[in-house]
Design a protein around this ligand. Structure first.
Ligand code: SAM
Ligand code: SF4
Length: 443
């Protein structure tokens, strides 16, 4: 068996965090709030989650629910925003994700953006992004979003291939998607899309045809994700993932096509034509302040992950549970022990395809070359990593394996390399039994 056959290909950045979960300390939201009160106002990123969606995509791993009682939800979310407003400012980047946020009505979108601007000082040149699908992106909504200050729109295209779109359960035709993207190109300064590879039956030439259409439209940023065959999805029950060699070959070809067309990697899944900075992602990958708002949102503040309940009804109940004490702030806090922060930082940096070794040395006296010595040596031997002037730099092969490499680094540091890597493609029961709340210590 070759090395790549026995090695698990991890496709999601979540997979790199699983090894850390048993080490986190569970706390209440008021514990975190007291901790940050002393720090005063801090700048950061705000992530807003709108869990509603009318789609029935066969591949979707996101938690979503039908759009019911949406205006009550927006009002709850704004109440949560206001509870943070004295401690979180200015906001450099706002990201509204989902679900499909544009499933909100025009009035609700107006209420949401105006309410967020009342709650926070959002910088004049802030990156303000929203996720959408072609089906939901009407002309009226495009104009409204632009008026509300949205300057970066991310459309989940997945593929322009009609047969594959049907397999994925996508609702719009290829023609409609292209028409909407061309209109959005006129309205928004930054237009980005999500595309998928490693789809059942997708040939390399289908993927390149997708990229040709995207670059032809002049898309600024292209997120290219491998399909995660989560056991929770319809598609994974019908199809097995294509052979690994095929995925590698597709990725290599796609990357060189993008580079030949003037795009470059700004993180392991995202290509930019130089205009799209995707500032929001840089916050998460550098353990910067990210305030998550709404059901299903995850934030990171003061070395703590803040996880919200995934369903809007649970979100509402959580908010009402101890309102006098928590003042409308919601979520369970998972504190990263101080001694693990530098390792988590290095593993998170893998999302850029490079780690600056000097930074953890300077900030924490932490030596990545010792902490991850064995993983680095193996990656260099395989041609996945180079050490260039104090930068650990992933090669094209390394970028393909980046999440696996991140998880291997974490396993080396935390468990001396022993134990099995977990992924979103595993059964939930396996993930839960290994890492989830039962094993997370209460502080
Ligand atoms: C919230 S969704 C996108 C917004 C919108 N609802 C849509 O479908 O166009 C964010 C992205 O997650 C990605 N995604 C969802 N399920 C996935 C899976 N099983 N594997 C890989 N990426 C997935 C898709 O590329 C999707 O565009
Ligand atoms: S991929 Fe987007 S449109 Fe499809 S079900 Fe998921 S959130 Fe909804």
């Amino acid at each position: 068996m070759s090395d790549s056959e026995s090695r698990k290909w991890l496709k999601s950045h979540h997979d790199t965090l699983f090894p850390f979960l048993p080490h986190l300390k569970r706390r209440g939201i008021s514990w975190l709030f007291e901790r940050i009160m002393e720090r005063g106002r801090e700048k950061g990123a705000v992530y807003v989650h709108i869990p509603f969606c009318r789609g029935k995509c066969t591949f979707c791993i996101l938690t979503k629910e039908p759009p019911v009682d949406t205006s009550r939800y927006v009002n709850m979310l704004l109440e949560e925003a206001r509870a943070w407003s004295d401690y979180f400012s200015p906001v450099e980047t706002l990201y509204v994700g989902g679900g499909t946020p544009t499933s909100l009505s025009p009035e609700e979108l107006r209420l949401l953006f105006n309410g967020l601007r009342d709650a926070f000082h959002i910088e004049k040149d802030a990156e303000v992004s929203i996720e959408t699908t072609a089906t939901e992106l009407t002309e009226e909504k495009m104009n409204l979003l632009a008026e509300l200050g949205v300057n970066r729109v991310s459309v989940g295209v997945q593929t322009f291939n009609q047969g594959l779109r049907q397999l994925l359960g996508r609702r719009s035709s290829v023609k409609e998607v292209i028409k909407k993207l061309n209109s959005a190109r006129e309205v928004f300064p930054l237009l980005t899309i999500d595309l998928l590879y490693d789809l059942p039956g997708q040939r390399k030439r289908d993927l390149i045809a997708d990229l040709q259409i995207a670059t032809g439209i002049g898309i600024d940023g292209i997120s290219l994700y491998p399909l995660i065959y989560s056991p929770r999805t319809v598609i994974a029950r019908q199809f097995k993932p294509p052979p690994l060699e095929m995925a590698m070959d597709s990725f290599r070809t796609a990357k060189s096509f993008m580079e030949d067309n003037g795009y470059h990697h700004i993180n392991i899944n995202h290509f930019s034509n130089g205009r799209d900075e995707f500032r929001y992602s840089t916050y998460f990958n550098s353990l910067g302040n990210v305030l998550g708002l709404g059901a299903g949102a995850t934030g990171f503040i003061a070395d703590c992950f803040i996880k919200h309940p995934s369903k809007s009804e649970e979100y509402s109940q959580d908010r009402d549970r101890d309102r006098d004490r928590d003042k409308g702030r919601v979520g369970t806090v998972f504190n990263v022990p101080e001694k693990l922060v530098p390792a988590l930082w290095c593993v998170s940096q893998i999302q850029y395809g490079r780690i600056d070794i000097e930074e953890p040395r300077r900030r924490w006296g932490f030596e990545p070359l010792e902490a991850f010595a064995s993983t680095i040596e193996k990656c260099v031997d395989r041609g996945e990593m180079m050490i260039v002037r104090n930068i650990l730099e992933l090669t094209t092969e390394g970028i393909f394996w980046a999440n696996t490499i991140g998880a291997e680094m974490a396993m080396e540091y935390l468990y001396k390399g022993r134990g099995e890597l977990l992924s979103l493609e595993d059964n939930l029961s396996k993930i839960v039994s290994r890492v989830m709340p039962g094993k997370i210590r209460s502080g």
